[in-house]
Design a protein around this ligand. Structure first.
Ligand code: SF4
Length: 492
């Protein structure tokens, strides 16, 4: 019997990793075991990945987010690659795919695995092309050799482009953007040059044996995913999906865990259809989607166009979302792009979890809302999805430590702060609504009024407490206000 999570689950064993996942997800360990046994969830956990903190990917669990990192021919050094891993994990990536195609691939991959608490995924086909020199020079022996080496190194899951078949290629003839998956275009080129079937499909059983030995999880690549709205949900995409369903069942026969990759570019009204179809065709194996982007017209903002699709996909049953950064279609993302992309995707994932009433998901929203209504700015920052960004934006206009207790911010100003007005109304004797704020807030406001150095912030000029005491005629013109230096050194 294979020594994999799914094999253990099927034999009735609750592994250490399942216990850990149950703890992280606030679920019963037996429920986790059953989900893994049935192939409805995967725990990517290569036995050689010692630093891993086990996590689970499945539609009954919190939606996960993947970030892609990796070097290229032009940017390549170990320290930079480790920094990218750190950035991705710091901003909340649940898994990281190392898509490096530059130099020192083995050294970098091993360092990633050694340091990463999250599962590491790869696309071994990329290394095969690099070694072979061109797509058509790849051999099945080389593919298996690289897959085995990466499995031994401790890679937790691998994208395997085994689902694109020779008979699918003519189905892409009428497409606007052809084959946009890197792996898909490589496999298509190989098949056309050799006049043979996809080599990854041909040796799929050998790959299953390697994966069973090291407990590597399949991420079955969607080589024919649509690259634009016009190509979404076409015959080519769905023909490959049928093959991915067959491969899912074949991998399960080897006690190997499987998730299935999905599109791509899909209009909003067809996102749910994609998820439902994959779940049906692949017998509930977790769906791992890239976006999808719901419009093609916003290069520079594709973290947003795709997070919209990702949120719908998460609500519809996708288990993991592969992030897209603002640089998608335009260039290699930098650290700020990674941050923005991850924030957009964590929002999408969490919105899906709230909609699906995942245990504890809404508690986060409620806690932040309470902190907001209580004007507990420090708690609001702490609970924020990106605490640094929330604090940074707040402190751009109200940097002083004393403003961390203010009953307003610079958005509406103290006079028009609706929450303050509402609280004051509720606190009035005649209010039919109970006051939920306590005396300490009133005291804090009074302290703020007497202790605040109103000159320390340009925003204070327009938000000067107490209400209604400033003369709006004295306010500096907005262009002058914007030009004044902002003192951010007063932060706590
Ligand atoms: S000033 Fe406006 S945005 Fe700021 S806390 Fe009050 S209601 Fe919210």
């Amino acid at each position: 019997m294979a020594n994999t999570q799914i094999a253990a689950a099927r034999s009735g064993t609750i592994t250490e990793e399942m216990e850990r996942v149950a703890e992280r997800e606030n679920r019963d360990p037996e429920f986790v075991r059953k989900q893994v046994a049935d192939g409805q969830a995967v725990i990517p956990a290569n036995r050689n990945h010692d630093a891993l903190d086990a996590m689970i990917i499945g539609r009954e669990f919190a939606t996960k987010v993947n970030a892609n990192i990796g070097n290229s021919e032009t940017t390549s050094d170990l320290e930079t690659e480790l920094e990218k891993l750190h950035t991705a994990v710091h901003y909340g990536a649940d898994t990281v795919m190392d898509l490096g195609t530059g130099s020192d691939l083995d050294e970098i991959r091993e360092a990633h695995i050694e340091h990463s608490p999250v599962p590491i995924g790869t696309v071994p086909l990329y290394e095969a092309v690099k070694q072979a020199g061109s797509p058509e020079a790849i051999t099945t022996e080389l593919l298996l050799e690289i897959i085995e080496k990466q499995a031994e190194q401790g890679v937790d899951y691998m994208t395997i482009h085994a689902g694109i078949l020779a008979e699918h290629l003519p189905l892409t003839n009428g497409r606007k953007t052809g084959i946009v998956s890197r792996g898909g275009s490589i496999m298509a080129k190989w098949m056309e040059e050799h006049g043979e079937q996809n080599p990854l499909f041909q040796v799929f059983d050998d790959i299953c044996e390697i994966f069973a030995e090291h407990d590597v999880t399949f991420s079955l690549g969607d080589s024919l995913r649509p690259g634009c709205l016009a190509d979404a949900c076409d015959e080519a995409q769905y023909a490959e999906l049928d093959t991915l369903g067959e491969l899912t069942r074949r991998a399960w026969e080897y006690d190997v865990q499987v998730m299935v990759e999905g599109p791509g570019h899909v209009p909003m009204h067809r996102v749910a259809e994609n998820v439902e179809r994959q779940q049906e065709v692949c017998d509930g194996a977790p769906f791992y989607v890239l976006g999808p982007l719901v419009t093609d017209v916003a290069p520079g903002y594709d973290h947003i166009t795709s997070a919209i699709g990702a949120a719908i996909a998460a609500q519809s049953g996708a288990s993991m979302l592969c992030y897209v950064t603002p640089k998608e279609h335009l260039g290699l993302p930098d650290e700020e792009d990674v941050r923005d992309g991850l924030a957009a995707y964590r929002i999408a994932a969490h919105a899906g979890d709230v909609a699906n009433e995942r245990p504890g998901a809404r508690d986060w929203d409620d806690a932040l809302s309470e902190a907001r209504y209580e004007f507990d700015w420090r708690e609001q920052f702490r609970l924020a999805l990106d605490p640094d960004r929330a604090r940074e934006y707040h402190d751009q206009t109200l940097p002083g430590d004393n403003y961390k207790e203010a009953r307003f911010c610079s958005m509406c100003g103290v006079e028009f702060c609706s929450m303050r007005i509402d609280q004051d109304a509720r606190a009035s004797e005649n209010s039919p609504r109970p006051a939920e704020t306590d005396q300490s807030q009133t005291e804090a406001m009074a302290r703020l009024e007497t202790e605040t150095d109103l000159e320390s912030s340009p925003a204070a000029e327009v938000n000067r407490p107490p209400v209604g005491t400033h003369d709006s005629d004295d306010l500096p013109p907005i262009d002058e206000w914007a030009e004044q230096p902002i003192d951010s050194t007063g932060d706590d």
